[in-house]
Ligand binder design. Structure first.
Ligand SMILES: NC(=O)c1ccc[n+]([C@@H]2O[C@H](COP(=O)([O-])OP(=O)(O)OC[C@H]3O[C@@H](n4cnc5c(N)ncnc54)[C@H](O)[C@@H]3O)[C@@H](O)[C@H]2O)c1
Length: 455
């Protein structure tokens, strides 16, 4: 092969290929101790007593997670459906004080913290009442249903000196901690784009959950469920499949975007809501009365960067992922399980495309000069080419437990949680901006001064 027809890049690729044949891609298992406090004995004086408010699917998972941590005891539960009061006690493995009126729980002086796992339209009211009653709070994501709620939660936490952890567990995840470390090291160069997605393709993924046969107005406190939502007559579908209705949830942004955005904020260290959002999508398939779309795609503007987030309930081939694109490398994150750093080939290259149109003599002079200024590297240096590296969470790693432990530590030490209400507010506002743009068919702009979204 003539030297001219083999650029330095070609030369290095041969080397990279040769190196790749001899060695498998490098995989490192991450140390879970990075983000997870290890089990330790807790003195009786440090025991924490808690109650759960809202013990559906997630509320029961949360209470079980809290009970895995040392020195924690569950004493009470509030839910609006009889079946869930029973399920909570089954998960706790003991009889609990039960009520459909959460305020009775907040009156108890022996409770240190509450876990709030209700539908989203109840989060703010319960969190604020809990703060006023002197309880710390683990509140499920998204923190809010409406924009003003975020600021009143922050105020309540400050006024009553309470710890609040918002339940987007990626914030405590070992994979996202590693991604942040790589991002902060500068190895990615200038990052100007991030994309993230989470896709599903089955009834459960589209929230078409079965309705328990005993669901009726006697077993469910329907009036209380509605709260400040529009008054309508009993509708079990809305109670159990609430995510599809903007009266109680925020559809895909509130359900899934918030996880993706929590990961993105954790990596980048963004300190504010997005500047702008443009969303599009539609309700194409799951037309069961819901008003939320089954696909929504949003382009966010952040300082110096464009972020695209997508959730699709009609095709799951791409699963879930986050990619961070920089001038020197890419981070490829698969769900919460692994992060791969892929270096860009940034070695100097001779200009080929435009020079090919030059006269022969000028072209040859250009190549000769370029080759003189960029001598081919010695063969021995070819093995030094940077390879992709993958970092995986250990098999037994539990992000939920890491996030709960982080909260319990804050309750005991009064040092702030990893995902306090200020952070929870940023990602919740980002979700609200996506819905605002989608429903208003307009660009959503965050107005920091007015603390509101406008067109
Ligand atoms: N972090 C995660 O990975 C994750 C996963 C799933 C759900 N979530 C969040 O958890 C929350 C609950 O989701 P879910 O799937 O468990 O919903 P769910 O419908 O299974 O459970 C919600 C429960 O809240 C109860 N409830 C509502 N208002 C109440 C009130 N005023 N007082 C007491 N109980 C009340 C309902 O009776 C219901 O049983 C949502 O905010 C959701 O976004 C988070």
């Amino acid at each position: 092969m003539a030297r001219d027809s083999m650029t330095r890049r070609d030369f290095m690729r041969v080397g990279a290929g040769a190196a790749a044949i001899g060695s498998a891609a490098k995989v490192t298992i991450l140390d879970s101790a990075r983000t997870m406090a290890s089990p330790r004995p807790v003195p009786p004086s440090d025991r924490l007593r808690f109650a759960s408010i809202g013990t559906g699917v997630r509320g029961c998972e949360d209470l079980a997670t809290a009970l895995r941590a040392p020195g924690v005891e569950m004493v009470a539960v509030s839910d609006l459906y009889d079946g869930r009061l029973i399920a909570a006690q089954e998960h706790a493995g003991k009889k609990l004080d039960t009520t459909k009126d959460y305020r009775r729980i907040l009156d108890r002086k022996d409770i240190d913290f509450v876990i709030v796992g209700t539908m989203d339209h109840w989060h703010a009211k319960i969190v604020e009442d809990a703060c006023a009653a002197g309880k710390d709070v683990y509140c499920e994501k998204p923190m809010t249903h409406k924009v003003p709620e975020g600021f009143s939660i922050i105020e309540a936490a400050e006024k009553y000196g309470r710890m609040i952890q918002v339940g987007s567990q990626r914030r405590s995840g070992v994979v996202f901690a590693k991604a942040r470390e790589i991002y902060e090291s500068g190895a990615l160069g200038q990052v100007t784009a991030i994309e993230a997605w989470m896709d599903r393709n089955d009834p459960s993924g589209a929230w078409v959950y079965p309705i328990p046969p005993d669901a009726n107005e006697k077993t469910i406190d329907w009036e209380r469920f509605l709260g400040d939502a529009p008054k309508i007559s009993f509708n079990a579908k809305r109670f159990f499949r609430w995510r599809g209705y903007s009266d109680y949830g925020e559809g895909l942004p509130g359900d899934l975007y918030v996880h993706l955005l929590t990961g993105i904020y954790t990596i980048t260290g963004f300190q504010a809501p997005p500047q702008k959002a443009v969303a599009g999508g539609g309700l194409y398939r799951w037309k069961d009365g819901r008003d939320e779309p089954d696909i929504i795609w949003t382009l966010y503007t952040f300082p110096g960067m464009t972020v695209s987030v997508r959730c699709n309930l009609n095709n799951a081939s791409q699963g879930g992922g986050t990619r961070v694109y920089g001038t020197k490398g890419t981070l490829d994150i698969r769900n919460e399980d692994s992060v791969t750093f892929i270096p860009e080939d940034t070695r100097p290259q001779p200009e080929r495309y435009s020079v090919d149109g030059w006269p022969k003599q000028l072209r040859e002079e250009y190549w000769a000069k370029w080759n003189q200024e960029h001598p081919a590297p010695p063969l021995s240096s070819l093995t030094a080419i940077e390879e992709s590296q993958t970092f995986r969470a250990p098999d037994n790693y539990d992000e939920d437990l890491a996030h709960m432990e982080n909260f319990l530590n804050a309750v005991r030490t009064r040092k702030p949680c990893d995902e306090g209400p200020v952070f929870g507010n940023w990602t919740a506002i980002a979700c609200h901006m996506a819905n605002y743009s989608y429903f208003n068919k307009a660009e959503a702009v965050w107005d920091e001064k007015a603390r509101s979204i406008r067109t």
